[in-house]
Unconditional design. Structure first.
Length: 431
């Protein structure tokens, strides 16, 4: 490791530690490396622009963000929420089950954990607290835990970013996330049911079965979005990026024409918010592209891969060690930074050890999502604290059981790759 690269790492960690936004910390640290190495700072601009213009896939990110924001506006969210209440709200701990099911449904539209938590999550927390059956901390904790499902079931912005750094098929990554996402929802519902019976949570008023068909009909067009998205990709009609554009257009038509819940003023606000979110993601991507150029120049991935092969480490041991490291890093770094900066270091090692990159990618992304609710710096905990004003201490106190079952689910995915690879293989994946 050269002095210049060590300087880059120290600058990155130091700036992040004092609270500088991670995108700016990466950019400043990268500039420090180039100056110390006697290279032109103009290289950073060339690397950044080449990376952005050659990555058509990145267009999917702002398009998915727009689609999610449109679906969270107007009456679309309300209709989907009523559908979830009608299906699972009749059981003990019903609104907790609704919380998880809503995340499963909305995950097919947003691809963002933060969007799910700040949007539909706030509505369900208010409902749970007002019912009088749940504490504020419990409502917030299960909301944070269920929001981690959002980027696992397609569409998924983190999977788009992983595909960018690993050259893995987005289509097969999307397929690989479906069963794990449902599995995560299942273990969260099981934990909610266990806690509900243990604490004696009262049952909520069930929706009459006679109203179920009409509620399903009203929510039907919104529920079709994931099906349209997946058919477009796997039916060979669209590329993943084009499917993102179709999803955004479908969401617009649905909200503006079918449900008539979108005004021009609201639409303008959605575009502004989407532009801000896209710019924030873009800054992290830009910084990561420059940092990855530096890492490649230092041949860090090659050195790591050769060292691991020299140790004759078993692939399963490697996966377990990497995931343990990612769980620790997830306590301090956001998911985009881990995917764009940390994970590329291990991809050459995965190839050398024969680890399937779709399996590794989905496991790593699930790991990153668990990091979003891991104290002390899980970003979803702070997001929910910000939008609900529920004290952070109350949320952290209640989140541990859900964190435990999600880590257990992650371990199952590591040990049983078919949980992830069964659907991709059914659709022709040869990995």
């Amino acid at each position: 490791m050269s002095f210049e690269f060590l300087l880059c790492l120290v600058a990155l960690m130091g700036l992040a530690a004092i609270g500088m936004p991670i995108a700016y910390a990466i950019l400043v640290a990268s500039m420090a490396y180039l100056v110390a190495a006697g290279q032109s700072i103009g290289i950073s601009g060339k690397v950044l622009m080449d990376g952005l213009y050659q990555s058509y896939i990145l267009l999917a990110v702002p398009l998915f963000i727009v689609a999610a924001n449109i679906m969270n506006a107007g009456t679309v969210s309300d209709r989907l929420l009523q559908f979830c209440i009608a299906i699972v709200g009749r059981f003990r701990g019903g609104l907790g089950h609704v919380n998880v099911m809503a995340s499963l449904v909305f995950s097919g539209m947003s691809g963002s954990a933060v969007a799910d938590a700040a949007g539909i999550g706030k509505l369900i927390i208010d409902m749970m607290v007002k019912s009088g059956h749940y504490t504020r901390g419990y409502a917030a904790a299960i909301t944070a835990a269920s929001a981690t499902i959002g980027p696992i079931i397609p569409p998924s912005i983190p999977m788009v970013l992983y595909a960018l750094v690993s050259n893995t098929s987005i289509g097969f990554l999307f397929l690989g996330g479906i069963v794990p996402g449902l599995f995560m929802g299942g273990v969260l519902m099981a934990m909610n049911a266990w806690i509900s019976h243990r604490r004696g949570f009262a049952k909520d008023e069930p929706v009459p079965l006679s109203e179920l068909p009409s509620i399903t009909f009203r929510a039907g067009p919104a529920l079709l979005m994931p099906a349209i998205l997946l058919y477009g990709i796997y039916g060979g009609v669209t590329t993943p990026t084009e499917a993102a554009a179709v999803a955004a257009f479908y969401a617009l038509i649905l909200a503006a024409v079918f449900y008539r819940s979108l005004s021009l003023k609201t639409f303008y606000g959605i575009l502004v918010d989407s532009a801000r979110s896209s710019a924030a993601v873009g800054l992290v991507i830009g910084g990561a592209l420059i940092l990855n150029y530096i890492v490649a120049s230092e041949n860090i991935p090659g050195v790591v891969a050769q060292a691991l092969v020299g140790l004759d480490i078993h692939p399963l041991v490697f996966l377990l060690c990497v995931n343990l490291l990612l769980l620790v890093l997830g306590c301090f770094l956001d998911a985009s930074t881990i995917i764009l900066v940390i994970i590329p270091l291990f991809i050459p090692s995965c190839r050398e050890l024969g680890i399937d990159l779709v399996h590794f990618g989905v496991v790593a992304i699930v790991n990153c999502m668990i990091g979003l609710i891991t104290p002390p710096y899980g970003i979803l905990l702070f997001v929910i604290n910000a939008v609900t004003r529920i004290p952070l201490a109350e949320i952290i106190q209640e989140v541990w059981p859900f964190l435990a079952v999600l880590v257990a689910a992650l371990l199952v995915m590591i040990l049983v790759p078919d949980v992830i690879l069964m659907l991709p293989r059914a659709f022709g994946y040869a990995g």
